[in-house]
Design a protein around this ligand. Structure first.
Ligand SMILES: [Zn+2]
Length: 138
C-alpha cells in the first residue's frame, strides 16, 4: 500500500505533467518534394521542378514502416503533435528516473517493523516466487 503522503514532490509534479491529455503521436515528420515520372509532366523536363510538398509522419511499428500522409497545410499541426510526443517520451524517461530514485530510497530504508508483516500474513513466512530477483542494474 503506497503511502501517498510519501510521494516525492518531483515524482508528483512529473506525474501531473504526464497525466495531462493532449493529441500527440510517435514517428517522424517528413516533408518531401517529388518527381512523378509521368511522361509529359514538366517535372520531368526541369531539374528543379517537383510536386509537393508531401507531408507525412513515418513510424516503424513492429519492424514495418508505416506512413500517414496529411495535406501540406496540416503540417504545422502534425509537427506540434510529433513534438508533443517527443516531449512526452522525454518526460516518461525523467519520470522513470525519479521513480527509480524513490524506489532506491525505499530499499535503502530499513524494512518496516514486524507488526506490519504480522498484520498481513500471520506467522507464515511469505512465499517468494523463484524468478524475480530485484536486480538493481542501471
Ligand atoms: Zn510531375
Amino acid at each position: 500500500m503506497p503511502d501517498l503522503t510519501d510521494v516525492p514532490s518531483a515524482v508528483r509534479d512529473l506525474a501531473r505533467v504526464l497525466a495531462e491529455p493532449r493529441p500527440m503521436r510517435r514517428g517522424t515528420l517528413t516533408v518531401r518534394y517529388l518527381k512523378c515520372n509521368k511522361p509529359g509532366c514538366r517535372c520531368g523536363d526541369r531539374d528543379n521542378a517537383r510536386h509537393g510538398p508531401y507531408c507525412s509522419v513515418v513510424r516503424v511499428v513492429e519492424g514495418r514502416t508505416r506512413s500517414r500522409h496529411v495535406p501540406a497545410d496540416r503540417a504545422p499541426e502534425l509537427r506540434r503533435q510529433v513534438e508533443a510526443g517527443q516531449q512526452f517520451r522525454k518526460h516518461v524517461e525523467v519520470y522513470w528516473q525519479a521513480c527509480e530514485k524513490w524506489a532506491d530510497a525505499q530499499l535503502d530504508t530499513p524494512k518496516a517493523t514486524s507488526h506490519e508483516a504480522a498484520k498481513k500474513g500471520g506467522s507464515k513466512p511469505p512465499l517468494r516466487p523463484k524468478s524475480s530477483p530485484r536486480s538493481k542494474r542501471s
